[in-house]
Design a protein around this ligand. Structure first.
Ligand code: BDR
Ligand code: CA
Length: 307
């Protein structure tokens, strides 16, 4: 089993990413940490708690972390994800609560306990991961890998230059990209090619109780048509961990812009690495039909378990 620790801000596509991980026979979720991002930390945490019980994740610990960016005013994306962060879905009130401690310490302790075994999958602003790597720089050696959904090399979605997760905390992202590990970056450029079309949505409609979560989430996230629909960005990062052959990845040197008036949060991606050590492996394409097969099959397994 490939162990994953998911740092997230659920968030519609975060919820779908957790569902994908849970439904994948090759992955084991060893922990979920939450960060303020799409909505406030208390909501991303409440959503993670509700998802743990709705999806029957067992005793996976959920540890909240940073409410806001290291240095900047907090931004959010409630307009995209809904006021609660989970579209218009109302999940049953969870019974169990969060684990003690801060997400950054949970990340450190969990990676320390199993060096080389756990992939950290970060699909929200990188604040918790930056704090963790600053508190304990050896996590870059202990992590099996770090896979993020974030950044872009052609366009942004929050500003013309910047993708949301990086724009929300550029200083944290700069710390993470500069920490000495090779960050696998699944950028917007790639996630925006895998869209929930009406055909994809149809395949999610007969999943029993799970359909009550995934179908309204997808519909809320964007207009679904025969040829287009929303991208479920964060699920792409989990899909890469499950099956790296789904994507082409290219070594690059990525610098995060923290100073630009119009470009803060831009991931300046140089594929001309030359004799420098690439600090990133950047996904540049995804096999879309295989991605959806993977997602729908994993959702099917979860759906069957939930009834
Ligand atoms: C990313 O931003 C968030 O709104 C999503 O959850 C995803 O992680 C896409 O830019
Ligand atoms: Ca997210």
């Amino acid at each position: 089993m490939h162990k994953v620790l998911i740092d997230c801000d659920p968030g519609i596509d975060d919820a779908l990413a957790i569902t994908l991980a849970h439904g994948s026979p090759s992955l084991e979720i060893v922990g979920i940490t939450t960060v303020g991002g799409n909505v406030d930390l208390h909501l991303t945490t409440a959503n993670a708690l509700a998802l743990r019980e709705f999806l029957d994740l067992g005793d996976v610990p959920i540890t909240p972390g940073s409410a806001g960016a290291l240095l900047r005013e907090r931004i959010h994306a409630a307009r995209v994800h809904g006021a609660s962060g989970l579209a218009d879905v109302i999940l049953p009130e969870p019974v169990r609560t969060v684990a003690d401690g801060h997400a950054a310490d949970f990340i450190i302790d969990t990676l320390r306990a199993a060096p080389g075994e756990i992939t950290l999958v970060a699909v929200g602003p990188l604040t918790n991961v930056a704090l963790a790597v600053r508190r304990e720089p050896r996590i870059v050696e202990w992590a099996r890998s770090l896979v993020i959904m974030g950044g872009s090399y052609t366009r942004g979605n929050t500003t013309p230059a910047a993708e949301f997760n990086i724009h929300a905390d550029p200083e944290a992202a700069a710390i993470v990209f500069g920490a000495g590990w090779q960050v696998t970056m699944v950028p917007l450029d790639v996630t925006l090619t895998a869209l929930v079309t009406s055909e994809v949505l149809r395949r999610m409609e007969n999943l029993g109780r799970l359909s009550d979560l995934v179908v309204p989430c997808c519909r809320y996230y964007g207009v679904v048509t025969a040829v287009g629909g929303p991208a479920i960005h964060d699920a792409c990062a989990v899909a890469y961990v499950i099956d790296p052959s789904l994507m082409t990845v290219v070594p690059a040197v990525v610098e995060v812009e923290t100073l630009g008036r119009h470009t803060a949060g831009m991931t300046v991606t140089d594929f001309n690495v030359g004799d420098r050590t690439p600090n990133a492996l950047v996904a540049t394409s995804i096999d879309v039909p295989r991605f959806w097969d993977l997602v729908v099959e994993a959702f099917g397994r979860v759906g069957e378990r939930l009834g």
